[in-house]
Design a protein around this ligand. Structure first.
Ligand SMILES: *Cc1c(COP(=O)(O)O)cnc(C)c1O
Length: 378
């Protein structure tokens, strides 16, 4: 494949020296759970997100689940409470809600931003709504003044799924002033799955929050529910981040804004060159940082998405689909109650993700766009 969708060894090659040094530091330290490496990572990540608390955990799904379970422990959420969630998200967002015994209210996204918007939230509000979970899908922040207004009016918790959006900046202040994804609402989850913009060398995630009580609950829940050694206030989990992953992430965190900016350059190249009557390009807003381009997702009309995908494979271009089957159509959720979700279902059949990571140059992106422009109409 001349233009692979994503090649993780080439992504990490630029950090190889620092990663090897960091791995050696952890191996030689003799400290393989918790300790300084994790504490330093938490501090650096909190500063990066403009939030008082960051807690490294095992992965993004656990980060979301710990937030929800934590809010239950401190009495802000209760069994069966409704949480408004975009229906076109990755299944992990929904799994976290159902695992915590809460009720996800699947909501169609705005077809242009492909994110939850104020209109969607209004259409899903009921007496039992206690929280919203904006998912900053593909790296685009799902937050604006209208959403902030609804949240304040109905006193809702805002739990961000920022798994795809590290370092993205809202164009409107968050609830505590921070505009950085994950720190816009009351609490947010990050994922460092290897393909994410900031990827670990394995699984890792983090909880970001402004709430000291939630931070304490999450920290305890992630460590068997223990607040003080051998003292368990909750029947908790083991969802700690490994020091080796904290060290890997510390090596890469300082380059994250620059890495996001490189993705933006490729997105601009795609948007400038792509010009095909069947293709809808993703929104390109004025602010370069309100989307960190975790994915560059086009929509293909006339039922030709799979044909275009085949054509691109034949022409040496790797692609992916995020996501081909929405959560409510998965076998595990056949009994999940939901309203009709026409936007989510049509998106699932039309979306196509193009290569955008390090390893794809701006020149490659322009060439891929030219290949797409030559895609025959029939
Ligand atoms: C990756 C991802 C998750 C889950 O993160 P993991 O670290 O893989 O558990 C959750 N939500 C979204 C939107 C994601 O993209």
């Amino acid at each position: 494949m001349k233009y692979p969708f994503l090649n993780l060894s080439s992504v990490n090659a630029r950090y190889a020296e620092d990663l090897h040094l960091a791995a050696k530091r952890v191996i030689d330290s003799g400290r393989y759970i918790g300790g300084d490496e994790v504490n330093q990572f938490n501090k650096e990540l909190a500063a990066f997100c403009h939030a008082p608390y960051a807690i490294g955990v095992s992965n993004g799904l656990d980060a979301l689940r710990l937030i929800l379970e934590g809010y239950k422990k401190i009495g802000r959420l209760h069994d069966g409470d409704e949480i408004i969630v975009p229906a076109n998200t990755y299944i992990a967002s929904i799994l976290a809600v159902t695992h915590a015994g809460l009720s996800p209210v699947l909501t169609d996204p705005n077809p242009l931003s492909m994110n939850l918007d104020a209109e969607g939230i209004r259409s899903s509000l009921t007496e039992r709504t206690r929280a919203i979970m904006p998912v900053h899908l593909y790296g685009r922040v799902a937050w604006d003044a209208d959403i902030a207004h609804i949240v304040k009016k109905y006193n809702l918790l805002v739990i961000e799924d920022a798994a795809q959006a590290i370092g993205a900046r809202a164009t409107t202040d968050g609830l505590y002033g921070s505009r950085i994804a994950g720190a816009i609402g009351h609490a947010g989850a990050l994922s460092f799955y290897p393909t994410k913009n900031l990827g670990a060398i394995g699984d890792a995630g983090a909880v970001i929050t402004h709430d000291s009580q939630l931070a304490a609950a999450v920290t305890a829940l992630a460590n068997y529910g223990s607040d003080v050694r051998y003292h368990n206030i909750y029947a908790g989990f083991n969802c700690r981040i490994d020091p080796i992953q904290a060290a890997m992430l510390r090596a890469k965190l300082p380059d994250t804004q620059a890495a996001n900016a490189r993705r933006f350059e490729r997105a601009v190249a795609y948007n400038n060159v792509l010009n095909h009557p069947l293709i809808t390009k993703p929104l390109m807003s004025a602010a370069a940082t309100d989307c960190i381009w975790h994915q560059y997702v086009i929509r293909v009309g006339n039922g030709l998405r799979d044909n275009l995908r085949r054509y691109l494979t034949e022409n040496g271009v790797g692609t992916d689909i995020h996501y081909p089957v929405p959560p409510h159509l998965q076998p595990c959720y056949t009994d999940l109650h939901h309203k009709p979700l026409p936007v989510t279902e049509s998106l699932a059949s039309e979306i196509l993700s193009l290569p955008i990571g390090d390893g794809t140059s701006v020149k490659d992106a322009a060439e891929i766009a030219r290949i797409i422009n030559r895609f025959p109409l029939t």
